[in-house]
Each structure stands twice: as C-alpha cells, then as structure tokens.
Design a protein around this ligand. Structure first.
Ligand SMILES: CC(C)(COP(=O)(O)OP(=O)(O)OC[C@H]1O[C@@H](n2cnc3c(N)ncnc32)[C@H](O)[C@@H]1OP(=O)(O)O)[C@@H](O)C(=O)NCCC(=O)NCCS
Length: 187
C-alpha cells in the first residue's frame, strides 16, 4: 500500500526509524491491558520493524502493520494492521493500537477506514474480521463505528495476563462495506 494521506494522518509502512515511537506505546500498560503479550523489548521491536520493511501482504506470517503518522505532531502515534487468514486469501483480520494520549480523537477510526478501503477495494477481500477481549470496550466500539457486526461471543478463548478471557468477533463483508460507501457519498 502506498502512503495514504487523510485529514489528520498519514497511513504508511513502518520503518526502522519508528523504533522509539513504536516502543513508547508497545510497552504502555494501558495499550497491552487486553492483549496476550508482554511489553516489547528493544531487540524484539528492532526485529519486528526490520521484518515490516520487507514483508508483503499474503506472505506466510505476513501480518502487515501500518504506522498511524500524526501530521501535526510529525510522529507515529500508533498502528493499524491486517493479516490475510491462511488458506483463504480473500479473508482478512484487522487490529489496532494507539498511544493513550492520542486516544479519544477519532484517529483509530480515521486510520482503520483506510485499511478497510485497502482490504476491500484494492485487495478485493470478501470478508474482514476483528477480535477483541469482551472487556475492551474501546476496541469493539471502534469496530461498531466502522460498521462491523458482532458475530459471536467466544467463551474463554484467549489466555490474557493469567486468566482465560472471553472475546467478541466482529465482521464486515465486501458488499456491506460497499453499501456503507454509497451512503457516505450520497448522504
Ligand atoms: C482500541 C483503540 C485503538 C481505540 O481508540 P479510540 O481512541 O477509542 O478510537 P478512535 O481513535 O477512533 O476515537 C474514537 C473516540 O474519540 C471520540 N472522538 C473525538 N473526536 C472524534 C473525531 N473527530 N472523529 C471520531 N471520533 C472522535 C469518539 O467519540 C470516540 O470516543 P467514545 O468511544 O468515548 O465515543 C484504543 O483504545 C487502543 O489503542 N487500545 C489499546 C490497544 C488495544 O486494546 N487494541 C485492540 C486490541 S483488540
């Protein structure tokens, strides 16, 4: 995906020069609260960014994470990512994180809309899903703002910070996304 400029952001590939900004939110307890991961070390972050510089969507293990670059502050403030699901190249899964001081301003929505356009219009995906801990209200509210539908409640499906947690799965189909676009254009 070529860099996409929106009203306040640039959605672009990550580079190794993003290391400091990347570590700042990837080690923040508020960002990791509902994720089954430990804070990122500098070494792992460097390996991740080096891989991001070359990975292509559709590669095995090809989760691509795009930088959410804040134009006004000239820095990366978070990420949106997309993964093509194995054995089903027309299905994708998306995710996101924002540094807490940039939450609550609509930046994740603005960035995720770019990712949905990329997935449906450019990659011709049929179905895009997203999954989050049921306690992660900010994440599922974002899915709902994007027009995604809650399709399921997965019982104790993720082991997070010492206990099994429930998750919601949301989805959007290509024709549903298309219908949303015409409402936006017409309305
Ligand atoms: C999930 C996450 C990215 C959502 O971030 P967010 O800031 O709530 O989402 P947005 O950037 O789209 O902002 C929307 C909020 O800003 C408000 N807002 C303010 N100005 C706005 C604008 N111009 N446009 C849209 N929304 C705006 C909205 O009302 C909304 O607040 P509300 O949910 O209280 O109604 C964020 O909570 C996060 O990084 N969490 C930690 C990582 C994580 O858990 N990731 C998901 C793993 S599944």
């Amino acid at each position: 995906m070529q860099p996409v400029v929106t009203r306040r952001l640039i959605i672009r590939r990550m580079t190794e020069t993003d290391l400091l900004d990347f570590l700042t939110y990837q080690t923040h307890p508020k960002v990791l609260r509902y994720m089954p991961v430990e804070p990122l070390t500098e070494e792992r972050a460097m390996r991740f960014l080096a891989r991001q510089a070359v990975v292509e969507i559709g590669d095995e293990g090809g989760y691509i994470v795009f930088a959410i670059h804040h134009i006004g502050d000239a820095k990366m403030i978070g990420e949106v990512g997309i993964n093509l699901l194995p054995w089903a190249q027309s299905k994708g899964e998306i995710g996101w994180s924002l540094h807490p001081i940039y939450q609550g301003h609509g930046y994740a929505t603005e960035a995720a809309q770019v990712l949905l356009t990329y997935g449906f219009a450019h990659r011709k995906l049929h179905r895009i899903t997203s999954i989050c801990d049921t306690r992660n209200t900010a994440s599922f509210r974002l899915m709902e703002r994007l027009g995604m539908r809650r399709e399921g409640h997965l019982r104790q499906s993720q082991f997070i910070k010492g206990s099994w947690q429930d998750e919601y799965i949301y989805a959007l189909l290509d024709d549903e996304w298309l219908a949303q676009q015409s409402v936006t254009v017409d309305g």
